[in-house]
Design a protein around this ligand. Structure first.
Ligand SMILES: Nc1nc2c(ncn2[C@@H]2O[C@H](COP(=O)(O)OP(=O)(O)OP(=O)(O)O)[C@@H](O)[C@H]2O)c(=O)[nH]1
Ligand SMILES: [Mg+2]
Length: 346
């Protein structure tokens, strides 16, 4: 029997409580050891994707903590690159659940970023696999207060109302207070344990759901293609240098030796460049293809929304411009605003 793997992704703005929630879910050593780094402040502590596995019966859950949307210390390229690494993590097994994490302050920018990301990186089915994870809610045990909180969130802004509607009202409340504020270990355990139970009850009910976003697969193919082209060239240069080295030791004339030396120097320079690019440059190429595909995906989905109406868009509601007509016209503008939204710039 093949092992069943389910990917659980946490996304949301910087400081929303993603890493803390990830620690609640994993419950390392039954002591909630902080394997995901928690932070405070506006610089995202979580720099790429961090994945930790949890076994539950015959299922291996992969808990994927992502970078905070709106981290101001990263360039847009870096942010996109990190998000691109999400592609690598889910290409095999798709997505079982996305938690859109927020501590009650779901800003307009975060919601827009979520929606655009969903359109371009995932696809329009993503909302069926998304649940809002409301953190820092100390009354999480009181279902009436949770309901009232959902009402309050709805009242906060129309964009959030659209998100709540599009995920079919799925909102889970938890509280995982920071360790330093807790009086006793017992208290932390109570809140964290109950929050853990709430999340796992939810996950247990959807363990047969799995989703392979089309866009992710396309992006992944492009990244693989680029990396393999670079690798082939690198190997070929190495072989050429080796062969020329042998030729050099056997060469009779000084002029031939000089010629070989120059060729080797040139090849070494190219190799160095390629190796640098494998870190920096491949990232750049990867971004370029990522952006091209993102742009295509975006255009494709704007097209879909024209045919099916606004409700076809993941996370529902009006897009940045408001009406479907405006969406098409503003597509370019919205796309470039992805940069700025991800950076959290005003
Ligand atoms: N009281 C309380 N505090 C929380 C809760 N969740 C997170 N925090 C606190 O909020 C701060 C940020 O939490 P993180 O889990 O690091 O947030 P994040 O979303 O991972 O942030 P980035 O990695 O920076 O994007 C930390 O000081 C946490 O202790 C919660 O449920 N209740
Ligand atoms: Mg984090």
């Amino acid at each position: 029997m093949t092992e069943k793997k389910l990917n659980i992704i946490l996304i949301g703005s910087t400081g929303a409580g993603k890493s803390t929630a990830a620690n609640v879910i994993v419950n390392k050593d039954d002591e909630f050891k902080p394997i995901f780094k928690e932070s405070s402040g506006s610089v995202s502590s979580t720099k790429g994707c961090q994945v930790e596995e949890v076994k539950m019966g015959d299922i291996t859950y992969r808990i994927i903590d992502t970078i905070g949307i709106g981290d101001t210390s990263l360039s847009e390229q870096e942010t996109l690159y990190k998000l691109g690494s999400l592609v690598q993590e889910i290409k095999e097994d798709g997505i079982n659940q996305i938690f859109f994490v927020g501590n009650g302050r779901f800003t307009k920018e975060t919601i827009e970023a979520l929606r655009i990301l969903s359109l371009v990186i995932f696809d329009k089915n993503v909302s069926n696999y998304t649940t809002i994870l409301r953190t820092s809610f100390s009354d999480f045990r009181d279902s009436e207060k949770c309901d009232r909180d959902i009402q309050a969130l709805r009242g906060e802004n129309p964009d959030l109302t659209a998100v709540i509607d599009s995920v079919n009202g799925r909102v889970i409340h938890i509280d995982a207070p920071a360790r330093r504020y807790l009086l006793t270990v017992l208290e932390i355990k109570k809140d964290w344990k109950e929050s853990n139970k709430i999340i796992w009850t939810h996950l247990g009910a959807i363990k047969d759901k799995k989703y392979m976003p089309e866009n992710i697969m396309k992006l992944n193919a492009r990244i693989d293609e680029f990396l393999s082209v670079t690798e082939v060239r690198r190997r070929s240069i190495k072989t050429q240098i080796e062969n020329l080295g042998k030729e050099f030791s056997e060469a009779k004339s000084e002029s031939r030796k000089k010629e070989i030396e120059e060729t080797i120097d040139n090849l070494k320079r190219e190799l160095k460049l390629l190796e640098e690019r494998a870190v920096g440059g491949a990232v750049k190429e990867h971004e370029k293809s990522l952006f091209n595909d993102l742009r295509e995906n975006f255009a494709a989905h704007v097209g879909t929304s024209m045919e099916l109406g606004e409700r076809a868009l993941p996370y529902g509601g009006a897009f940045v411009g408001g009406t479907v007509g405006v969406i098409t016209g503003a597509a370019g503008g919205i796309f470039s605003s992805l940069y700025f939204i991800l950076r959290g710039r005003k």
